[in-house]
Ligand binder design. Structure first.
Ligand code: NCD
Length: 326
């Protein structure tokens, strides 16, 4: 595995499967009364958030704490960034604090890459979402969730997604989740179809390893998972569709459309959801929707990523047993 996790495209099939299998092992911890492992004791993880986040931020925090790392949470609001401090000076400050890993979310695509290659810090860099570019740990937790539901032989280590049909629907243009998912799912052998209005399809998508469709009804009957994307109003600088009603009618998932999915197929959403826009409340609250489960799985995935980047090379849980027996 590389030293940093910047893009889902950096993961080989073996890397991705190692992360998913490690997360599966670590997930078992969630069933224990005491959820903590001593694995990263004495290590420092900094969560550097320049953009709003609920799920990703608390998930990385919970993951680092469950591995006994010291966690420093930094958010741009209320810090010297609002006084105009640069990414470089912020990074040098973190380095002075001895950060072993820096988890960064930034509104600029490419900021995590800059941090990883600048020489400003020595620790591992994890991209927690950069602009409209990538969000690799989201793609990993999504694959983990799909593997648990769709692998045929039941959940567990070593299952794969080869040949599974995944449909990703909505605001692909502004979505770092879609790009990371397309890369990772292709690596894992799944067949991905993107469905979006023509105005919300990114430039250059022909080179992505997936199919494109403009008609949700044409693909919904032959899919194993439908991933609904949030319409990202905060990144829109123009009118990309006529009205919200029109968008919901053509690209939203409601009860009638969901009923046309194969019986085993699941509905996914990375959150936050715009209920009534890309997904109706009926679908969001149905037992086919895995949105809440995805959040829980995110903690296991982020534990696995931190564990592996910070030098874990034996079984994460076995390492814990050795510590216990000392
Ligand atoms: C996504 C993000 O921030 O990119 N959410 C998340 O990480 N759970 C998707 C979104 O904001 O719509």
């Amino acid at each position: 595995m590389k030293r940093h996790l910047i893009s889902a495209a950096d993961l080989s099939r073996d890397d991705a499967v190692l992360i998913l299998d490690t997360a599966e092992e670590l997930a078992r911890l969630a069933d224990r009364p005491i959820k903590k492992l001593p694995t990263l004791r004495g290590r420092t993880v900094v969560n550097l958030f320049f953009e709003d986040s609920t799920r990703t931020r608390i998930s990385f925090e919970a993951a680092a704490k469950r591995l006994s790392a010291d966690v420093i949470n930094f958010s741009a609001k209320g810090s010297s960034v609002s006084k105009g401090e640069s990414l470089k000076d912020t990074a040098l400050t973190l380095e002075a604090m001895g950060a072993d890993a820096v988890v960064i979310r930034h509104h600029a695509s490419g900021a995590p890459h800059r941090l990883a290659t600048s020489g400003w810090i020595n620790g591992a860099v994890v991209n927690a979402g950069d602009g409209t570019h990538e969000h690799p740990t989201q793609a990993l937790l999504d694959a983990f969730t799909m593997r648990r539901h769709l692998s045929g032989e039941g959940p567990g280590v070593g299952q794969d997604l080869a040949g599974r049909r995944i449909t990703i629907v909505g605001d692909v243009l502004h979505s770092r989740v879609a790009r990371s998912n397309v890369h990772l799912l292709a690596t894992l052998g799944a067949e991905v179809t993107l469905v979006a209005p023509p105005t919300l399809v990114p430039f250059g998508v022909e080179s992505w390893p997936c199919e494109i469709s403009y008609d949700l009804d044409a693909v919904i009957g032959k899919t194993d998972a439908v991933m609904m994307l949030r319409v990202q109003r905060e990144r829109m600088n123009a009118a990309f569709f006529p009205t919200e009603r029109e968008y919901a009618r053509r690209y939203g998932l409601d009860g009638d459309r969901m009923a046309r999915m194969p019986e085993h197929a699941i509905v996914m959403h990375p959150g936050p959801m715009n209920r009534g826009m890309e997904i109706t409340a009926e679908v969001a609250d149905s037992d086919r929707c895995t949105a809440v489960e995805q959040v829980a799985n995110g903690v296991s995935i982020r534990m696995a990523v931190l564990y592996l980047l910070l030098g874990g090379n034996e079984s994460a849980v076995a390492a814990d047993r050795t510590e216990e027996s000392k």
